[in-house]
Design a protein. Structure first.
Length: 245
């Protein structure tokens, strides 16, 4: 019965995304962005080097860490909007009288964006062609980055009263995610202050990995912070559903 319920949810999600062209395009955005960066970054770098002797190559790890979180973020945003639709249509309220409990539903909703975000990173990162990483390094970093997708989806569905307001919430969250980018220019250990945000740790791990430095400690911290963020946002989302009745 559980497998059948999961298949039904996957089918419903697929229908929902195909019905809304915006969500479909957002899922494809990481690949489109990767191809765009592949074309633009070398050209912009060459132009800046010739005109101002500014070497963009020094900032390739920063650019790719931004891409890393964008790929995971798109997956979280798409699933967050799907959750908003289901919440508004009271689909989730109906789960309480079915064998597929709310907790199992949340487990599915956590797993799906994690898989989508990780997969998008693994597919798109090599396409960009700068700051390349072996799969053995990229995979764990992509998984830890993917942990941000479920918390983003759940927070979006818990905080936004509707889909229109959801876009405003996304803008705020995108602004918050600029903090780890700014941390790149702050020396260690002061830089670690940005570690309260889950996005910082996979970005920090990528900076170290591309420099040939040890990064597993950053990934371990990222798992802890990422799991705590998922637990907190799942609790907020569940509370929102209970208030909705």
């Amino acid at each position: 019965m559980r497998a059948h319920a999961v298949r039904s949810l996957v089918a419903a999600d697929t229908h929902q995304v195909l019905r809304d062209p915006l969500l479909g395009w957002m899922l494809l955005l990481p690949l489109g962005l990767a191809l765009l960066l592949r074309v633009l970054i070398p050209r912009i770098g060459a132009a800046l080097l010739a005109a101002a002797r500014f070497d963009v190559a020094a900032y390739h790890p920063l650019i790719m860490s931004g891409y890393l979180m964008s790929a995971a973020g798109m997956a979280g945003i798409v699933i967050g909007f799907v959750l908003l639709d289901e919440r508004d249509e009271r689909t989730l309220t109906a789960l309480r009288v079915t064998p597929f409990t709310l907790r199992r539903y949340l487990a599915y909703r956590i797993t799906l964006p994690l898989l989508l975000g990780t997969g998008a990173t693994l597919a798109g990162y090599p396409l960009v062609g700068i700051s390349p990483l072996p799969v053995a390094d990229l995979l764990p970093i992509a998984v830890v980055a993917g942990l941000s997708a479920p918390s983003l989806a759940l927070l979006l569905a818990a905080a936004a009263p509707n889909k229109v307001a959801g876009f405003a919430v996304v803008k705020v969250l995108n602004g918050v995610n600029l903090v780890p980018v700014a941390a790149y220019f702050v020396p260690l250990p002061l830089q670690l202050a940005a570690g309260v945000l889950p996005a910082y740790w996979p970005m920090r791990a990528l900076w170290s990995a591309t420099a040939g430095e040890e990064y597993t400690g950053y990934l371990a911290a990222g798992v802890i912070v990422g799991v705590l963020a998922i637990a907190l946002t799942a609790w907020l989302f569940e509370r929102r559903l209970l208030r909705q009745g």
